[in-house]
Design a protein around this ligand. Structure first.
Ligand code: ADE
Length: 264
């Protein structure tokens, strides 16, 4: 069984614990499949007032995190994770200046045994610390948050659920929207009628082939309406079964057999 070890370097370790202590990730941590350790960068400053930030040389109002507490924290984290001194482990700096996090990236990170996150605060981090330790710059989207803790938790959640053993069978069956490239079709439970709204007839029919066709067509429709970018990509790269009704009403034709070339 593979175990994944996360370590988060942060000024606010309680935020990480508050986010990742419950539910599926909390259970995976209890089972020991996933470890999450939040380490306080402030514990590694040599300043007697525990100061970790200072003014920017380039001026401006904001404060910058100083390099030394971060690099000292990094060395301690490596030791804690039993990573040899000469190795440079994968370290993600969560920043709006990074590549946008995707499901594909989550799957890539899930292959690692150890993954370290560095969370910035204030105006950012002295560039020299980043140059020394960061391997990946990752953002969770084009908007700015007050710190990197929530993005780190989001990424750890998305990565952890791909670690074998974290999800049970029932859980892994749901919400797989991005793995197949389409958004999920709508889902219904009892009652069969609610506030005058009926569950689609086909789902009560027991006809599995028709239900599969309906699921695919609904997924196509939803993706076309909500994420046309994903829809285009999917249509380009996938062959659809004959008779599938596309969102614009056209029907996928049967593939015509190639005629044998005439012999002469
Ligand atoms: N820190 C602040 N905003 C962020 C974002 N959008 N992604 C990652 N880290 C951040």
């Amino acid at each position: 069984m593979s175990i994944m070890n996360f370590c988060v370097m942060t000024l606010f370790p309680e935020m990480i614990e508050a986010c990742l202590g419950e539910s599926i990730i909390g259970r995976a941590r209890e089972k020991g499949i996933v470890n999450v350790d939040a380490v306080n960068i402030r514990d590694y400053t040599l300043d007697k007032h525990k100061k970790v930030d200072d003014y920017c040389y380039s001026g401006g109002a904001g404060m910058l995190m100083q390099p030394d507490p971060i690099v000292r924290c990094y060395d301690a984290v490596k030791e804690k994770m039993s990573i040899p001194k000469e190795n440079k482990p994968r370290l993600v700096y969560v920043t709006p200046q990074g590549q946008t996090f995707t499901e594909k990236m989550a799957a890539e990170f899930a292959k690692e045994e150890n993954l370290i996150f560095l969370c910035g605060h204030y105006e950012g981090i002295d560039e020299r610390a980043l140059e020394l330790i960061v391997t990946d710059y990752v953002s969770i989207g084009d908007y700015v948050l007050t710190g990197g803790e929530m993005p780190a938790c989001i990424m750890i959640d998305a990565i952890s659920r791909l670690v074998p053993g974290v999800l049970n069978n029932e859980e892994s069956a749901v919400g797989e929207s991005f793995t197949h490239g389409l958004l999920e079709y709508p889902q219904y439970t009892r009652p069969a009628e609610y506030m005058g709204k009926k569950v689609p007839e086909v789902l009560l029919s027991g006809n599995h082939a028709l239900i599969e066709k309906w699921k695919l067509e609904e997924a196509l429709k939803r993706t076309y309406e909500r994420r046309p970018d994903l829809y285009e990509e999917y249509i380009k790269n996938n062959e659809l079964p004959p008779k599938t009704v596309l969102p614009d009403g056209t029907i996928v034709p049967k593939k015509r057999k190639m005629r044998k070339p005439e012999e002469n």
